[in-house]
Ligand binder design. Structure first.
Ligand code: HNI
Length: 140
């Protein structure tokens, strides 16, 4: 449950994150490198460093997160279609959602530096966990 102060911090982090339009792709690249088993969901992608497909996909993931940031009070509804997609069509094991969230933290830390304070990290972690919970909701 995000408190009002968490929500404020999430918005602040997001404002800074989107100054780095490739940060979604960077999180994906970290995901594929650190947890190579996640590459099995993307057999149709070129996963090499600098790949346009990963870059474009990163932008889609970032846009979805941006949409979620705008709907902090109503994530289930905002992410309902994506939740259907990941559960019914893509059948992504929900464990992988947490792995991507971890990679996202690392990317934010590299870009935001000292601005990614422990409080900002904690608030953004609550947000990403909530997103992962919603994306995994339809598996039950
Ligand atoms: Ni995910 C497609 C968002 C985690 C595998 N994913 C999408 C799309 C968005 C998206 C947006 C594009 C939908 C569309 O085109 O209509 N994915 C997210 C978000 C998270 C996430 C917000 C977590 C925070 N996805 C993951 C994870 C995996 C994953 C962890 C697997 C390891 N996603 C996919 C695959 C596709 C996908 C596979 C289809 C890609 C394609 O274009 O073929």
């Amino acid at each position: 449950m995000l408190t009002d102060s968490d929500k404020k911090l999430v918005l602040q982090v997001w404002e800074k994150a989107i100054r780095h339009p490739d940060c979604g792709a960077e999180a994906l690249e970290r995901l594929f490198t650190t947890y190579p088993q996640t590459k099995t969901y993307f057999p149709h992608f070129d996963l090499h460093h600098g790949s346009d497909q990963v870059r474009n996909h990163g932008k889609k993931v970032l846009a979805a997160l941006g949409n979620a940031v705008k709907s902090l009070g109503n994530l289930s509804q905002a992410l309902s279609d994506l939740s259907d997609l990941h559960a019914y069509n893509l059948r992504v094991d929900p464990v992988n959602l947490q792995l991507l969230a971890q990679c996202f933290h690392v990317v934010l830390a590299t870009h935001l530096g000292n601005d990614y304070t422990p409080e900002a990290h904690a608030a953004f972690d609550k947000f990403l966990s909530a997103v992962c919970t919603v994306l995994a909701e339809k598996y039950r």
